[in-house]
Design a binder for this molecule. Structure first.
Ligand code: BG6
Ligand code: MG
Length: 223
């Protein structure tokens, strides 16, 4: 544990999107699963968990690696496009009711305390998901994978979000459900809060099962 958070210092909270604010991590899994099935590659839920937070191309490389398969650049492009089409089909179902329990209350609580809020997601589909969740007005900034070169576990996306909000990294808390995201937060010098099992997010400064019942004070480490 290296909890360097203290209530007064925190100015901003950077939320991951998929698997944190809404359960689109499941849709990413289902879309990859469909592609893996189409390619005849065995792919389990546990394999899917390793892809959390991992951007499109490295995720495909991990899946191909499961069966020792490789593809030409054209094939890789076609498979990534196909997975994305599967994913885009799934997210047409997203509505405001898909905001995970506790999220709306937490966003409001942070707002009331004057804490800046960003969504920092590797997903190029995140603007669409945010729109469908109807939370544009509850956040100050959205930064997504299309805005930086290097993806999580590199710190670039979180550093970009902090810069956009005018907050020093040490004044930011990152909320993440993925191992790659926690690594990115640590690399950025931010306070990290992990959601999910210890095996996945145990490196975080603090771990909650999910955001249900987590208050702004809990998140800021005051209560
Ligand atoms: C992350 C998801 O948020 O975004 C990953 O956790 C996904 O599963 C990544 O691969 C990239 O998303 P997209 O929508 O740009 O392919
Ligand atoms: Mg995530």
């Amino acid at each position: 544990m290296h909890d360097h958070s203290s209530a007064g210092q925190i100015l901003a909270v950077l939320f991951d999107l998929d698997g944190v604010l809404t359960d689109t991590a499941e849709y990413h899994y289902l879309a990859w699963k469909r592609l893996a099935d189409e390619l005849g590659i065995p792919f389990t839920r546990e394999d899917g968990d390793r892809l959390r937070g991992v951007s499109r191309r490295p995720a495909l490389e991990i899946i191909l690696g499961l069966s020792g398969r490789t593809g030409s650049e054209d094939e890789m492009q076609e498979w990534m496009t196909r997975k994305n089409a599967h994913y885009q089909e799934l997210i047409t179902r997203v509505t405001p009711a898909d905001l995970l329990p506790g999220v709306a209350t937490l966003l409001n609580g942070l707002r009331k305390r004057g804490i800046k809020i960003a969504v920092a997601s590797a997903s190029k589909n995140s603007p669409e998901v945010i729109r469908r969740l109807e939370i544009e007005d509850s956040i100050d900034q959205l930064v997504h994978g299309g805005m930086v070169e290097r993806q999580k576990p590199f710190p670039d996306l979180f550093l970009r979000a902090a810069r956009e909000l005018g907050a020093e990294p040490a004044a930011c808390i990152v909320v993440e459900d993925a191992a790659a995201g926690i690594e990115a937060a640590i690399a950025a010098g931010m306070v990290s809060v992990g959601l999910g099992p210890e095996e996945r997010v145990g490196k975080a400064d603090r771990v909650f099962a999910d955001l249900e019942g987590v208050t702004a004070d809990n998140l800021l480490g005051i209560a």
